[in-house]
Design a binder for this molecule. Sequence first.
Ligand SMILES: O=C([C@H](O)CO)[C@H](O)[C@H](O)COP(=O)(O)O
Length: 210
Amino acid sequence: MAKLQVAIDLLTTEEALALATKVAPYIDIIELGTPLIKSEGLAVITAMKNAFPDKIVFADFKTADAGELEADMAFKAGADLITILGATGDATIIGAVKAAKTHGKGVVVDTIGVTDRVKRAQEVIALGVEFVELHAGLDEQAQPGYSIQVLIDEASRAGVPVSIAGGVKLSNIAAVKASGVKVAVAGAAIYGAADPAAAAKELREALDAA
Ligand SMILES: O=C([C@H](O)CO)[C@H](O)[C@H](O)COP(=O)(O)O
């Protein structure tokens, strides 16, 4: 069964907790977006884990260096998963995996900025990461001609555990699931909806039905 992850790209702990409260019944993983963590610091991780101890709390650090140190910081604050950039060197990923093993937590590699996402996903899985996020970030999504189909095609041939992030919404979540992903990540489709709870419920139902 594919998991549903809500990516919270809001800027305050108060807003993030309010959104999570609305959508928690329908989602498995609560992602604290990079802008949110930069705005609120490690305290937002602790606040979210304390409020939702049964959810997987995902700290989108996008770490590029000092992997062991930054992962240790995130896990001590309450994160269950942390992202490390796939574009960085293996040593940073290996360090984060070491910290994850110490804490009994996990590392996700984010392929933002990686040219050959499938090749890099296959490489880093061998380093002990939980799964790889095939990710077109907000800036890449804004480029003319962007289509999530690229990520769906990559997931279909990855052959390793992956998630897709980059414009997941109701109209494409069945195709995202059919590609074999472990996790479907939806940000704006939930936090930008007029009724986030209804949007999360529809995505959950579509994911489970597909
Ligand atoms: O990770 C993200 C981005 O880099 C900003 O932090 C987004 O949360 C991710 O792209 C998912 O969001 P949507 O594309 O809006 O679904």
